[in-house]
Design a protein around this ligand. Structure first.
Ligand code: ADP
Ligand code: MG
Length: 202
């Protein structure tokens, strides 16, 4: 990751994330068909397509404004639980970045940390509940310590670690014991977002 990150970097991150989500949408929906209602891929694809379109139409001038706009798009276009949750992640992180034209990787890690805390507060989930937080929390911790590549690995490992978990939040929790043995769709999509961050940071 370079020493300072500008609005263009954040724009590239979210555009890359949108492509990854589009490419992997069927896999996300397959995961959600096992323990949910088979719409996570479609939800994420719709939301991130709207994010990419909005950022293209009117590129914001600061990192904070890029994240805030993306968060608003997710909240307004995604019907499922993941829309408000990812929307909150990005809006809260955007707010934490303020209106600086350039931010440091450390500031990004701190902003995402605040965003993840807001997701936990909104959804009432904690680590081990088999949700997106099981990928987001280790990813942000690794981002702070080791940078974007480490964060992408941690998110991937966090998503894989949801397989044996019993779901305690969201639709998958209605399945009780039957949720065990499947990867959480939201943890899988969170891993895509950090893979995209690593890709644009390389
Ligand atoms: P829905 O569950 O409304 O169909 P999606 O399928 O788009 O929405 O997203 C499901 C994902 O959202 C889950 O796999 C999980 O990671 C995440 N999720 C659901 N509820 C919560 C919650 N309360 N806290 C954190 N993440 C949650
Ligand atoms: Mg669903």
């Amino acid at each position: 990751m370079s020493a300072v990150l500008d609005a263009g970097f954040f724009q590239r991150w979210l555009a890359t994330a949108a492509s990854a989500v589009d490419r992997e949408a069927d896999r996300l929906t397959e995961l959600d068909s096992a323990i949910g209602d088979a719409d996570h891929g479609a939800n994420m694809r719709r939301g991130f397509a709207a994010v990419a379109a909005a950022l293209d139409a009117e590129p914001p001038g600061t990192p904070g404004a890029v994240l805030a706009l993306a968060g608003r798009q997710l909240i307004s276009t995604v019907g499922g639980a993941s829309g408000p949750l990812y929307g909150t992640l990005l809006r809260r992180a955007g707010k934490a970045l303020g209106d600086s034209a350039e931010v440091t990787p450390q500031a990004l890690a701190e902003a995402l940390d605040a965003g993840v805390a807001a997701v936990a507060q909104l959804g009432g989930a904690k680590a081990g509940d088999k949700t997106m937080l099981d990928a987001l929390e280790p990813a942000v911790a690794a981002l702070r310590e080791g940078g974007a590549a480490a964060a992408a690995r941690a998110a991937q490992e966090g998503a894989a670690a949801t397989v044996p978990m019993l779901a305690r939040k969201g639709r998958a929790s209605y399945l009780g014991e039957r949720s065990v043995g499947h990867k959480d769709p939201g943890a899988a999509s969170a891993a895509l977002l950090f893979a995209a961050l690593a890709e644009v940071s390389a």
